[in-house]
Design a protein around this ligand. Structure first.
Ligand code: NAD
Length: 467
């Protein structure tokens, strides 16, 4: 067969497009990808029935299989790169850390500890059992991380999952779902333990949310989708928006605080919902904090005209972030206002009044406003105010135990990190397991396998106990 130049170009485009969605030379469909949402849900329901006959050891084997797929260096590099390229957000090196974290530190079946009551009247067990088919909606800010940690936790719990990825991350999400399914099939799992549709969209998410065979909904995203799942009448878990403040008082180790804040704020270009979004600093140490941050990767913006230009550029009417700047690097954002810096600049620092849009909006980009306050009590009060009642995440750098306790109590966030970067709260350099679905609004907190299970009681009368 001979081809002219145009035909060859078309052929190359087709192969590249196919590679971008499949990541491997597989057929267009299969491995959990369906044309319609109805087909995807039906396949998931069928798979869940079959899955109920698999052992707990099988479930753990599948969890290990997912970990293997993600930690394969080629896969890890590919999905991290594609997630950044496709969504236009985030930082490749940090995506690799986040994907690996989700794979290695999301708990498996060990999370499902059985409760038992035993005595003269017999034995009663309370076990964590599957809901069935779960509809899981993933954000564009952590597309693969959410699919990884949700897949591990939901499958460990005996459920199957219908994913609704963000349309802006559909290629990488479809690629990942296929990769995971291929591995699960190789390990003897039922087909279609995790599924999605070829064209993820808001319409398809709505069909999924209404489908009678979807028993539980899990939304990881902004306030709109969290409200949507909570209004369905189904069991819903909402992992919503935050605007995490970091308070620094006069007793803090200022140098450590500066380094932690720069690192936490710039992690994946500030995409994580837990990342430092504004500093509230006590006046007496604010200058020292700024100087230390500048020595550790912060660029201080002082010119009011440039700050105004940046507000116009990165926000929509001073109310919402401009999607085109979400998850972009400090270097990129500065360049767009005519300031050229090197990649060593990780955070754009500026002093701002309390009502400034950069302070009030969840920007999800490494622009970090600092608000000065006269004392630690005012710092805590303002941190509570600017967190907007999300009760998501907050940080405090202080050696004053009373004030640390006061802030923890007043702000009521799901995650409160003392004297560390925000990411310590999800297990990076901090104790505890990881998740990228942090359910503040519905109260599950840092979700894990048991969050996606029903508690069921099984009673044996007058027997079963051995004392
Ligand atoms: P987003 O709310 O725009 O989208 C999230 C998902 O919901 C996407 O899949 C999107 O397609 C879908 N969606 C949104 N509105 C919908 C609607 N009306 N009907 C049906 N589907 C809808 O959020 P995003 O920009 O992808 O992610 C960023 C937001 O998510 C931030 O607010 C961030 O704080 C939050 N987030 C929270 C957590 C957490 O664990 N709490 C984790 C990651 C992100």
């Amino acid at each position: 067969m001979s081809c002219n130049t145009n035909q060859i170009e078309e052929l190359v485009k087709k192969i590249v497009a196919e590679y971008n969605t499949t990541g491997a030379k597989t057929e267009e469909y299969g491995y959990g990808i369906f044309d319609t949402m109805d087909d995807a849900v039906e396949a998931s329901a069928k798979a869940q029935k079959e899955y109920m006959n698999h052992s707990m050891a099988d479930r753990q084997k599948y969890v290990e299989g997912i970990r293997e797929v993600i930690c394969d260096q080629k896969n890890l590099d590919y999905m991290s790169k594609l997630a950044v390229e496709e969504s236009g957000m985030g930082c490749y090196e940090h995506k690799k850390i986040k994907n690996k974290l989700a794979a290695m530190k999301s708990p498996g079946i060990e999370d499902l500890a059985t409760e038992a009551f035993s005595g003269d009247d017999g034995l009663t067990l309370v076990e964590y059992c599957p809901f069935g088919v779960i509809g899981a909606i993933a954000p564009t800010t952590n597309p693969t991380e959410t699919i990884i940690c949700n897949s591990i936790a939901m499958l460990a719990g005996g459920n199957t999952v219908v994913f609704s990825p963000h349309p802006r991350s559909k290629g990488v999400s479809i690629w990942l779902i296929k990769k995971i399914n291929a591995k699960l099939e190789e390990l003897g799992a039922p087909n279609n333990l995790i599924v999605t549709v070829k064209e993820p969209s808001i319409d398809n998410t709505n069909i999924m949310m209404k489908h009678p065979k979807v028993r539980m909904l899990v939304a990881t995203g902004g306030p709109g989708i969290v409200k949507a799942v909570m209004s369905t009448g189904k069991k819903a878990i909402g992992a919503g928006a935050g605007n995490p403040p970091v308070v620094v008082d006069e007793t803090a180790d200022i140098k450590k605080a500066a380094v932690d804040i720069v690192n936490g704020c710039s992690f994946d270009n500030n995409l994580p919902c837990i990342a430092e979004k504004e500093i509230v600093a006590v006046d007496s140490i604010a200058d020292e904090l700024i100087a230390n941050m500048k020595a550790n990767g912060a660029y201080e913006l002082k010119d009011p005209a440039i700050i105004e230009k940046m507000v116009d550029m990165v926000t929509k009417d001073r109310k919402k972030p401009q999607v085109g700047f979400v998850g972009k690097s400090a270097q990129y954002i500065l360049d767009k206002v005519g300031i050229q810096v090197g990649p060593e600049v990780k955070v754009i620092l500026l002093e701002a009044p309390k009502d400034h849009p950069f302070v009030q909006i969840e920007l999800m980009m490494p622009i970090l406003p600092l608000v000065r306050v006269p004392n630690v009590d005012e710092a805590i009060d303002f941190a509570v105010e600017v967190e907007h009642g999300n009760r998501h995440t907050a940080m405090m750098h202080s050696k004053n135990v009373d004030k640390l306790t006061k802030m923890a109590k007043d702000i009521e966030t799901t995650i409160f990190v003392k004297n560390g970067p925000s990411y310590a709260g999800i297990g990076v350099g901090g104790m505890g397991y990881a998740t990228f679905t942090i359910a503040g609004p519905t109260g599950e907190g840092l979700t894990s396998a048991k969050s996606f299970c029903r508690k069921r009681r099984c009673v044996v009368q007058n027997g079963g106990h051995i004392r």
